[in-house]
Design a protein around this ligand. Structure first.
Ligand code: NAI
Length: 328
């Protein structure tokens, strides 16, 4: 039998955790032949509910699931971790300023980054889901100087999937025939979903749509504000679709992108496309041999340039703010 892959999930008792853990244990995160061991991290108030979820995981009798540990100690949770999904975060509550939010999350992601640095396996791959995801990923990465920076990523795959679905509806072409969409920048309302390099059934997407007003006034805001629309409709934030995107992100990272396509992920910038080095920003990326690579050489038109710059500016401001707070 193969040794199991250690997967650590934080915020395991939350709503994304509930939608995520069963899919990991069934083999959808890494592959249908890869055994997994789950390490669940919660805060003390969340431990009992996490134990309840673990009971249900037991009751599924998943053949690939080789054990579940539950703890409130990051040093234990990340010990030997090969994959870490950082889902638990401090949500913005009423009257909270952005600085307060960044500071509260720094108190979570800095110690978790250090615990990853000190205890995770050499091949650790980290996906940050908890918001503000890009800057939380930056805080964790800065606290883990012994781990290659590119192992820290932030999730924009949900935005990518939302954009795919909206473009499919507009063009009448199934998502399976849409390629090369890109989410640029921050996982926030400033994100930029870019169709100018995308193809729908082999045709350039912007030409197929041929409606710049729809792009600017319908498509982009629908994708960027989808999270709020879900809350409005469901009375709770997106959970199953977020868990699905986390599964997609890690599966792609480990198993690669198909030839002739790419996906979107928040990765450490190497300065490509004018995004300042070191920021964790969403880019078009391919994955091969367990590594993401930023797609190079795309032409960026004026429409796209302005929107990428605006979102990257927001990321720079968040970086300045966490620097000022001594979090990086
Ligand atoms: P939730 O509130 O249902 O669950 C969060 C869980 O995290 C709670 O059980 C809480 O006890 C736990 N937690 C808090 N601090 C922790 C810590 N220091 N260590 C371990 N666990 C901790 O929230 P939900 O709906 O599951 O969402 C989780 C996060 O994901 C939120 O920050 C949300 O904004 C974000 N999100 C990100 C998306 C993306 O596309 N990047 C999409 C949807 C949600």
């Amino acid at each position: 039998t193969r040794t199991p892959v250690n997967v650590t999930v934080t915020g395991a008792a939350g709503q994304i955790g509930y939608a995520l853990l069963f899919r990991i244990a069934s083999g959808q995160l890494l592959g249908a032949d890869v055994p997994v061991k789950l390490n669940l991290l919660e805060i003390p108030q969340g431990l009992k509910a996490a134990e309840g979820t673990a009971m249900e995981l037991d009751d599924c009798a998943f053949p690939l699931l080789q054990g579940i540990d539950i703890t409130d100690d990051p040093n234990v949770a990340f010990d030997g971790a090969n994959v870490a999904l950082l889902v638990g975060a401090r949500p913005r509550t009423k009257g909270m300023e952005r600085g307060d939010l960044l500071e509260a999350n720094g108190g979570i992601f800095k110690p978790q980054g250090k615990a990853i640095n000190d205890h995770a396996a050499d091949d650790i791959k980290v996906l940050v889901v908890g918001n503000p995801a890009n800057t939380n990923a930056l805080i964790a990465q800065a606290a883990a100087p012994d781990v290659p920076a590119e192992r820290f990523t932030a999730m924009t795959r949900l935005d990518h999937n939302r954009a795919l679905s909206q473009l499919s509806k507009k063009t009448g072409v199934p998502v399976s025939e849409i390629t090369k969409l890109t989410i640029w920048g921050n996982h926030s309302a400033t994100q930029y979903p870019d169709v100018f390099h995308a193809e729908v059934a082999g045709k350039n997407a912007a030409e197929a749509v041929n409606d710049e007003q729809w792009l600017a006034e319908t498509f982009i805001p629908t994708v960027a504000k989808r999270g709020a629309a879900i809350i409005e409709a469901r009375g709770a934030s997106s959970a199953a679709s977020a868990a699905n995107a986390a599964i997609d992100h890690v599966f792609t990272w480990v198993n690669g992108t198909p030839a002739g396509d790419w996906t979107s992920a928040g990765v450490v910038s190497d300065g490509s496309y004018g995004v300042p080095e070191g920021l964790i920003s969403s880019f078009p990326v391919t994955a091969k041999d367990g590594k993401f690579e930023i797609v190079q050489g795309l032409e960026i038109n004026d429409f796209s340039r302005a929107r990428i710059d605006a979102s990257v500016k927001e990321l720079e401001e968040e970086r300045e703010a966490v620097r000022g707070l001594g979090l990086i």
